[in-house]
Design a protein around this ligand. Sequence first.
Ligand SMILES: [Zn+2]
Length: 370
Amino acid sequence: MSAGPRRCSRLLIVLSALLISGCAGGGAGVFDGALAWITGLVTRSRGEAIAGATVTLVETGQQSTTDAAGRYVIGTDHRGRGTLRAEAPEFLTLEWPVTLAGGVTTHNLRLVSMADFDAALFRELTGATDTRGTWRWDASTVTYYINRTGAYRPAFDAPLREAFTQWSMLTRRAVTFAEGGPDSAIQISFVASEPCGVAGAAGCAGVTRVTSQGAIRGALIELHAGYATDLGLAIHEVGHTLSFTGHSPNASDVMYYRMNAATAPGNQEAAAVTVLYDNPPGTTLTNVRYPAAQTSAAATAAPAASASIVAPAARPPHAFPAMPAQAPPALSALPDIGAMLRGWLGRPGCLLPLPFFCNSGSSGPTLRIW
Ligand SMILES: [Zn+2]
């Protein structure tokens, strides 16, 4: 993602082994101190309340129905690990782990409606084509390492943790993230100046490089220390590591290529990541499956949207160009990445006008630059 008025993000993906690259506790307040209380909001991704949702503490069967503001409250004797299940008509059921030690624990739960799924945006975000599969993590737990040296400050931790939590919830825990050591699959570091290697106004606030071989294998995130407290930036760059190799054309979306006020994925972005992680690595547009139908009649009707995946809507302004027809070059023949990026950044319109495809194909190495 890019900085100030001009933020950009670029993403490199190398297919093949070659690498070029909330849950806050609250005070007891009015709650009975003898019980552990779980409370929070059930909302769509962007925060719109879902009234009438049912939240269940699975271990005890205790339930709460959300009010008009989306709030639920459960008081329980249960201690230790538990599971919250949130259900609402037309939304996909979510289960989320909790730890109960007494007092009040807040868990805000985000639900996804398949009615929000937009096939064109899915294609834009994932870079999926009919012949080349999408990429995603195939591990259920992925570790990330925060390099606390250089330009790092402690204030950078919270946005990253929140970003990983938000995305994990939207995958419905198909993938969860845990902080790990220096050998973690996702490496995050901070630099005092813009990390994209471009000067002046074209500078960027964050850059993510992803390596992939059938599935995502690793990712490197570099954040500009001047912007690394920005939650939207953290969500954007972490979103790239989940295989959102493209950007949203919608200026209010968190995966838009410039920084904006977003502090959560948009509802359509949320539906896109949910669908992606309901499918195995390598899924293509033609064999994508939708999450299992929900119990309500309205929800079972929602997957009708699958008809649109066969013929995605016309692409908005940030459309990919057609794949070049020439055969893939040898990796040794790949041009200098920095020079190539600067060339693309120099084009009018936006910092990241078009992805650059060195080559394409399901078996050969693929390099893409944003
Ligand atoms: Zn980006």
